[in-house]
Design a protein around this ligand. Structure first.
Ligand code: GLC
Length: 616
């Protein structure tokens, strides 16, 4: 970053080093016009040009309701076929009380002025921020990185004491989400728009691992801004965005969650800003379609869940989550729901929309039916017969009751339950994974009753899942032989550390979101209070160790951005619960009616009655 800033004076109009096939034509149009604008907006007859001066309080009548079908005037571009209408899209309105205004620290005033959306007037009623919140905002702003003079994201960590940066100086897609939300809720929307458009241009860069390219539509795990000489004479420099699709990451795993988070964030951005012109852009519509086409491509798999390798999400090291991990399924479901709202309906997209609906039905049935465990279900599994060969087997996945771990027998509460971590033939991963369960609530992947059950389990198991720091990434930790075999004896993932049962404060915002959705804000308030007690004193660690989260993690970074942003986002959401709807989805009963469930006993469509029973 320092290097980039130093070279800024010499930086020419920004140029990309490589162009993806998806964005080549849009970019060549740019080159033909003014070379400085990376993302020219397509001229749109029905919308005024997008500017930073968004009306923050607009009447609902003027902003809601379907947009008029409009052709995008670039007939030479085959991707122009995506234009049409946005059937479900509703704007969320800013509450009177936002944004809060933090007076920037003296020495950071200049930098902050660059990044603050000047159009956003502070709202009339201002709450006094706590010292911790003020510090968090200062640190969040310090983590902002710029590309060609515009803010485009936040680095993963800005730890001045850490000499080994690894890739923590990069902008991670998943890590930026809570930063984006904090900025959005404060009315600083520009950084999020820039992030969405720049990462879109990185989609499907021609990068390879051992001569093999990732699928078109893949979003990188992270990117870095590098300053490179324009020629051998070193007379001028340019900034380039350098993405990592996993080809440099430890373990070389492709990030399946990046594209899903990108879609979720795009919807949140558009809902809060009302910037529908962004949605109607050809490159944005194409970006959504590419991500989904990659996810919906046919393979050998028999399940509606997404089949992925180990470490393809927040847990990005070997932790035995390959197969159909819950976190990916919850994000997948959420991204499908968001895309359905955002995709313009026309001849080019109608098959994709049909595929989305079919997948949503099957996915929600599958997860609600087979991932859910509570006291009753565990008892059922305990009495399972095995080796049932038939279409109407009770034990469809041939689960041996011996798999029920001893910890679970005592742990499962009388009331409530949760979604298991993974389901494969003859394998149920009974570990509790927080992010998957919380996002399943937020997206309505669970039934409302199951959602209540998950929160009630978290409340009941508070000492195991929250204790001294919210929230356990998973519970319990793997130990002894299991740890050796499943993690490959990973010294970073030792029992109750890091991904293996560590406590991650960033998960606070997803917890807050789920609590708000289910009308249980007091639970979130309790967790935030626990975190607020320690985070600043402990220098905003990435994660905590030990069974009850008492110690700062062994190799934990300090000033981890998503810890800081997660805290701020939780606080803002709690104060403005109506803003939760930019991220959540409501129960869709129509989906259950259309559930084409190949796993149902008679291999027929799920009856309306059966589907209804899942809404319980
Ligand atoms: C670690 C985490 C990953 C995160 C990255 C940057 O690798 O496992 O989820 O995105 O750090 O913070």
């Amino acid at each position: 970053m320092g290097l980039a800033a130093a070279a800024a004076a010499a930086v020419r109009p920004c140029r990309r080093r490589l162009l993806s096939s998806a964005s080549a034509s849009a970019a060549s149009k740019t080159a033909a016009g003014t070379a400085t604008r990376l993302f020219p907006r397509l001229p749109h007859p029905h919308h005024p040009p997008y500017g930073r001066r968004l009306p923050f309080l607009v009447s609902a009548a003027s902003q809601t309701g379907p947009a008029t079908p409009v052709p995008v005037p670039v007939p030479s571009d085959p991707r122009a076929a995506v234009s049409g209408n946005l059937p479900f899209f509703d704007r969320v309105l800013f509450p009177d009380s936002f944004p809060l205004e933090t007076p920037p620290a003296k020495e950071e005033e200049d930098a902050a002025a660059v990044q603050t959306d000047e159009a956003v007037e502070p709202a009339a009623s201002l709450r006094e921020e706590t010292e911790t919140e003020r510090e968090a905002w200062r640190l969040l702003r310090r983590a902002v990185v710029s590309y060609c003079g515009e803010p485009v994201g936040t680095v993963a960590a800005e730890d001045p004491e850490c000499t080994e940066t690894l890739n923590y100086d990069q902008v991670f897609i998943r890590d930026f989400v809570p930063s984006a939300l904090a900025f959005l809720m404060r009315g600083e929307t520009e950084i999020v728009r820039n992030f969405l458009l720049h990462t879109l241009q990185l989609q499907s860069w021609e990068k390879t691992v051992d001569c093999y390219s990732p699928g078109q539509g893949l979003m990188p795990a992270s990117f870095k801004i590098r300053t490179v000489p324009l020629d051998e004479n070193n007379e001028g420099f340019e900034e380039v965005l350098d993405p990592d699709f996993g080809e440099a990451a430890i373990g070389r795993v492709a990030p399946v969650d990046s594209g899903l988070w990108w879609i979720i964030l795009l919807r949140a951005y558009c809902k809060i800003t009302g910037d529908n012109s962004l949605l109607e852009r050809v490159d944005v519509q194409t970006g959504i379609q590419l991500i989904l086409s990659l996810c919906l491509a046919d393979g050998f798999d028999m399940f509606p869940t997404l089949l992925v390798t180990d470490g393809s999400c927040m847990i990005d090291r070997r932790m035995g989550i390959h197969g159909h991990p819950l976190e990916i399924q919850a994000l997948f479901y959420s991204a499908l729901r968001c895309s359905r709202e955002m995709l313009v309906v026309n001849n080019g997209s109608k098959n994709l929309i049909r595929a989305i609906n079919t997948r949503l039905s099957a996915l929600s049935f599958h997860i609600r039916e087979y991932y859910w465990v509570d006291m009753k279900k565990i008892n059922e599994i305990y009495r399972y017969k095995t080796e049932e060969y038939s279409h109407d087997a009770t034990n469809k996945f041939n689960i041996y009751p011996e798999q029920i771990p001893s910890w679970l027998v005592d742990w499962i509460p009388e009331k409530g339950g949760y979604l298991i971590g993974n389901l494969q033939p003859a394998h149920m991963d009974f570990r509790f994974f927080s992010l998957g369960n919380l996002w399943a609530i937020a997206s309505s992947l669970t039934t409302p009753k199951q959602a209540e059950g998950i929160l009630s389990l978290i409340e009941e198991k508070w000492d195991d899942l929250v204790a001294n720091m919210p929230l356990k990434i998973c519970y319990p930790a793997m130990e002894d032989d299991e740890w050796c075999i499943i993690t490959g004896s990973d010294p970073k993932n030792t029992p109750w550390s890091y991904h293996n049962g560590g406590s991650w404060p960033t998960l606070l915002w997803q917890f807050t979101l789920a609590c708000i959705k289910m009308g249980r804000p007091e639970l979130a308030r309790r967790a935030i209070a626990v975190a607020e007690e320690r985070l600043s004193d402990d220098k905003w660690p990435e994660y905590y160790d030990t069974r009850s989260g008492r110690f700062i993690g062994k190799q934990s970074r300090s000033y981890q951005t998503w810890t800081i942003a997660g805290f701020l986002t939780s606080k803002m959401l709690l104060e403005n619960p109506e803003l939760a709807s930019i991220l959540t989805c409501d129960e869709d009963l129509e989906l259950l009616k259309g559930c084409a469930c190949c796993l149902s006993t008679k291999r027929t469509r799920c009856s309306r009655r059966a589907a209804k029973s899942h809404t319980g």
